[in-house]
Design a binder for this molecule. Structure first.
Ligand SMILES: [Zn+2]
Ligand SMILES: [Zn+2]
Length: 241
């Protein structure tokens, strides 16, 4: 019997279960053993998760046994047999992605991309609220927004249209110094990070927000645990949401 729990290891998060479900789909519902190369690979990815840094020091944390066991849990959820052992998160993820292997794969790719950049971003954004359950994707998204080239492209495009203004509150930079006035604006991606990190971000996917509204935007996303549009935030701040 595999030893996978009872050692104080934290519960599997949504992100982690999505990665496991992706592998479950890849295996066509026949979970492989702990010796399978894909199980070992996933174990390594999970042990690198930024929010589990401390736990990962334990040998039992998300080891191959644990991953193989989780795949069995997912099989239980998928087949409806032996539901006593599965977690709430397993059920929730299955409810959301159980009939959508392609969507699961896309989400899994986002999470894997996020794990790679998350450490660096966490250092830069220690005070930036991200929601725990979608954490790595959110962090990858924030990092992308901070690309200075994208921001200046967006500024140039908007400058050509007239005075810069926040797309949520309408605030303009003010003052006579253009460079100073522009400093209040940040680029916000209106779509969450998409699969395929190499994809070119189009200007149409970006909104120009003042720093305050941008912060509130991500706070609201964190509070609601779902992606929101600029119009959504405008409604909420206007008191109608
Ligand atoms: Zn604003
Ligand atoms: Zn943003």
């Amino acid at each position: 019997m595999a030893i996978t729990s009872g050692h104080g290891n934290p519960k599997w998060t949504r992100d982690e279960v999505i990665l496991a479900l992706d592998l479950y789909f890849e295996c066509k519902g026949l979970p492989p053993t702990r010796r399978d190369a894909r199980v070992v690979e996933l174990s390594e990815v999970l042990r690198a998760f930024p929010h589990h840094a401390k736990s990962a020091r334990k040998a039992t944390f998300r080891n191959a046994d644990g991953v193989a066991f989780k795949l069995q849990n997912l099989r239980q959820v998928a087949t409806g047999k032996g539901l006593g052992n599965v977690s709430r998160t397993d059920k929730d993820v299955w409810a959301e992605f159980g009939s959508d292997p392609a969507g699961t794969r896309q989400q899994a790719q986002l999470i894997r991309a996020g794990v790679k950049v998350a450490h660096e971003v966490r250092e830069q954004e220690a005070d930036y609220e991200v929601f725990a359950e979608g954490r790595v994707v959110t962090e990858a998204h924030l990092r992308r927004e901070r690309n200075p080239k994208l921001r200046s492209k967006l500024m140039a495009a908007r400058n050509a249209l007239g005075p810069l203004a926040c797309e949520v509150c309408g605030r303009q930079g003010g003052g006579s110094n253009a460079e100073l006035a522009q400093a209040i604006f940040e680029a916000h991606h209106i779509v969450p990070l998409s699969a395929g990190e190499a994809r070119v971000t189009r200007l149409a996917e970006m909104a120009l927000l003042c720093a305050c509204c941008h912060r509130q935007m991500h706070k609201l996303i964190a509070m609601r645990r779902q992606w929101l549009t600029v119009a959504d935030l405008r409604r909420v701040l206007g008191g109608a949401g």
